[in-house]
Design a protein around this ligand. Structure first.
Ligand code: NAG
Length: 225
């Protein structure tokens, strides 16, 4: 606690134009409260039942008060620091640019790499999606550069849909069975997207809509294991 007092004293000396208040004791004696550090987006104050501590986010993480990734901190790209200074130094251990983060495994990969404490774990996208670095999440492959949606979805959209084709009912976005009862293919500008039925429904090859499994004999057991 002595080093903490010293840090706080140093902070108090270096007073300047920051808006957030500096903290030397906890305003509240019960429960957990978190306060932004006035100068650093990497740090924050934690009051646990009246005990003050100065916390530092792990490498790749920053503090915005809503953090849930690790110790109340968030991935740096999602944090608005305002005037608080953010220090980000890649730790550069293999594929984990930062010790904590989400990283692409390559263009058009259907999984991404989640790093925690510098340890990478592969996380799969929902089937039919590929990892999009720009949104830090999985996305439709037709929205990605260097990505072949036909490969990801495993379906080629026909160049022409005859008006007698049942799929024509849904033009300009014709639909097709995917081979998986819980999903179907929608063609958007000639490129396939795999869409989930959801709500415990299954895709009917006849109506080309999602229905209760009891009306789709070949998928009636889809949710029963
Ligand atoms: C505060 O004290 C209560 C009772 O001892 C305990 O249950 C709780 O976990 C403590 N909260 C924090 C944030 O340390």
């Amino acid at each position: 606690m002595q080093s903490l007092a010293l840090i706080l004293a140093v902070l108090a000396l270096g007073r300047c134009q920051y808006q957030e208040p500096e903290l030397s004791s906890c305003p509240e004696q019960y429960g957990l409260q978190l306060y932004p550090h006035p100068a650093s987006c990497n740090q924050f104050y934690k009051c646990a039942n009246g005990t003050l501590s100065l916390e530092t986010c792990e490498n790749g993480l920053l503090f915005d008060g809503t953090g849930a990734v690790h110790n109340h901190c968030n991935y740096h790209w999602s944090v608005k620091c305002g005037d608080r200074k953010a220090e980000l130094t890649p730790s550069g251990r293999g594929i984990c640019e930062y010790d904590f983060g989400l990283f692409s495994a390559g263009p058009c990969e259907t999984y991404f790499v989640k790093c925690a404490y510098g340890e990478p774990i592969d996380e799969p996208c929902t089937p039919g999606l590929a990892y999009d670095e720009n949104i830090h999440g999985c996305n439709w492959p037709d929205l990605l550069e260097y990505c072949d949606p036909e490969k990801v979805v495993g379906f080629s959209c026909p160049a022409y849909v005859d008006s007698k084709d049942p799929a024509a009912k849904f033009l300009p976005y014709p639909r097709y069975p995917s081979g998986d009862c819980g999903r179907y293919v929608v063609c958007v500008d000639g490129k396939p997207r795999l869409v989930g039925c959801g709500d415990y429904t299954v895709f009917s090859d006849e109506s080309l809509t999602c229905e209760d499994p009891e009306y789709v004999p070949k998928c009636s057991k889809y949710f029963k294991k």
